[in-house]
Design a protein around this ligand. Sequence first.
Ligand SMILES: Cc1ncc(COP(=O)(O)O)c(C=O)c1O
Length: 324
Amino acid sequence: MDILNSIAEAVGNTPLIRLDRINQEKQHTLLAKCEFMNPGGSVKDRIAFYMVEQAEKSGQLKPGQLIVEATGGNTGIGLALAAKLTGHKLVTVMSEKVGKEKVHLMQVLGAETVVVPVGKAIDDPDHFINQGRRIAKERDAWYVNQFNNSDNLDAHYKFTGPEIWKQTDGTVDVFVAGIGTGGTLCGAGRFLKEQKPSVKLVLADPLGSMLADWHNRTEPHPAPYLVEGIGGDFVAGNVNMDMIDAAIHIDDKTSIETAHDLLEKEGIFGGSSSGCVVAAAMRFCQMHKEQPLTVVAVLPDTGRLYMDTIFSDDWLATRLKTGK
Ligand SMILES: Cc1ncc(COP(=O)(O)O)c(C=O)c1O
């Protein structure tokens, strides 16, 4: 019988799809790891279910205890599902940058949401991560701490990496992802490099984020950007910059156009970070024409979370022009 015991078992084992229509560099094989096909619509379901499971096992999370997390949105959505299944209440803390659709979805899934001002520095007590930590303390909750929690990395090391290795029969040469917490790129990336040390890890970073500059040792030019969930002005504890082989900046317009292209040419409906990652993968392919490469790009979440933003003509007409 092919019956799952709970929605938790439906997380992961996402398809890997050949992007032959959008790919211009035909000597390379460009593949999309379709994380938007997880139950909550993003890659973050993997870490949400795994971190809760491990915290329950270790006793860090007590039966019925409140869970608090600072999130770019998708971890909150995954945690809301995991919390329902395990009988916990959830508070999510995020900045105003998180799209209204994501906030609404978290609420529908039962989370209490706290939205705080955007643009605070990481050492400012009002930064959403510091607010999350404070709320967790005040309410005697388990603070998930995805930016530093090693179970985030482990979820990708144990599952995402091996899936890609198996799906490509070990032919993967390049792994491209964005960094929010670093879990995907550094967790899955470590597994892939252990199997095949020549595998290159490529960071797709929105222009305006400082991560690519720190990696490339170039002068950072921090600026607001529209792509959600990746990049930033601090390096999370789960990020190991030394593992990353290349970092590519992609501007908002290119990320958003690429997300639209993915839909138009491939019928794949991803969010803004999917556009950023695929654009970076294609840029990497253009820059490395010496030999054929198998390139895996992570598509972190579904375009359904961006119907009022990057897939709205009104929003595009105003926001893309101003970049705010
Ligand atoms: C939309 C989106 N894309 C990509 C990522 C990055 O994933 P990770 O946290 O594994 O670096 C996140 C998470 O922060 C996200 O919300």
